[in-house]
Design a protein around this ligand. Structure first.
Ligand code: GLU
Length: 304
């Protein structure tokens, strides 16, 4: 399959619809990004790589990092994780407080903000140097030692993180946060600030397409069963309040972030990452979603 020709073709089609959507603007570092950049990178489990556009340019992966921290926690604390977070789609925005109050401080799933904050709390208890350990985990599964936090972005996240502080305080009041709040939020704000390219994202997610094993190194990250479950969670909870729409139109498990990135996985076949900073009203990359919809339709590679 000549994916590169197909990437060009779909990109040309998308140019015709014009520039729709807005870049995230709650912190300056995201607001100043050139909104017209576009990149895509696909890596197959057999090691083939296909790219188009700004595929090697790093951007803020934001909520995509929630998959890395969840996998790291899941690989260490096993099933007791489900005592601290649920596994159902939220049906409310990613940073909503309403559901959390109703559910007595147990987040609906680990891929919304509250759930990711609980996961950071678990990692704060589990790891000796959480920030360093999380980073080295991501570097290891990507095979790239230069992936890093952006400390300016992390600081901006902290300065504007009123709602995230509200979430962590509410969960602490229900006893679902064990560590000091500042220690937990230091981890959370840093994971939001990680910068990676489409190439690196597609490589780092490849173990989820490969039954839990990193293809380059042979390292097993998760069992076959847990890999299936992570993919199921991404399918039902990976796109804010639009996971149904993404499933309907694209039909792959994946995760998006407000930096405009989307990573999706086809089990046994490939991982693909797309980046286009303009977001739709639900916070997902406008063109990224359209691109993947066309891609899975044209290649008949939706899982449905
Ligand atoms: N950094 C954002 C926040 O915690 C999350 C961004 C995202 O959803 O991609 O509010």
């Amino acid at each position: 399959m000549h994916y590169e020709t197909l990437f060009q073709e779909i990109h040309r089609e998308l140019q015709l619809i014009g520039e729709i959507g807005q870049v995230a603007d709650y912190i300056p570092e995201l607001a100043y990004v050139n909104p017209d950049q576009f990149g895509v990178h696909l890596t197959t489990v057999g090691g083939e790589e296909f790219a188009f556009g700004d595929a090697e340019k790093r951007f803020s992966i934001q909520s995509i990092a929630k998959v890395f921290t969840f996998v790291l926690a899941y690989s260490r604390v096993k099933s007791t994780i489900w005592e601290r977070t649920g596994l159902e789609p939220a049906g409310t925005p990613f940073n909503s407080l309403i559901q959390l109050e109703y559910d007595k401080g147990i987040p609906r799933n680990p891929l919304i903000n509250a759930g990711a904050i609980v996961i950071c709390d678990i990692l704060a208890s589990e790891l000796a140097s959480p920030k360093e350990n999380i980073l080295s985990f991501i570097r290891r599964i990507t095979g790239n030692q230069s992936i890093d936090y952006n400390s300016k972005v992390a600081l901006s996240e902290k300065k504007t993180g009123y709602r995230n502080y509200a979430l962590v305080n509410l969960m602490k009041s229900f006893g679902n946060i064990k560590n000091d709040i500042d220690k937990v939020m230091e981890i959370y704000f840093h994971i939001c600030s990680i910068e990676m390219s489409c190439k690196e994202l597609s490589q780092s997610f490849l173990f989820l397409a490969n039954n839990g094993i990193v293809p380059y190194s042979g390292e097993r990250i998760l069992s076959v069963s847990r890999t299936k479950r992570v993919n199921a969670l991404m399918q039902t909870c990976g796109f804010y309040d639009e996971a149904g729409e993404f499933t309907f139109k694209v039909g792959l498990p994946g995760k998006s972030g407000v930096g405009g990135g989307i990573v999706a996985v086809h089990p046994e076949k490939y991982a693909i990452a797309v980046w286009s900073p303009r977001l739709n009203k639900k916070g997902n990359s406008y063109k990224g979603m359209l691109f993947l919809e066309e891609f899975t339709t044209k290649t008949r590679s939706s899982i449905f």
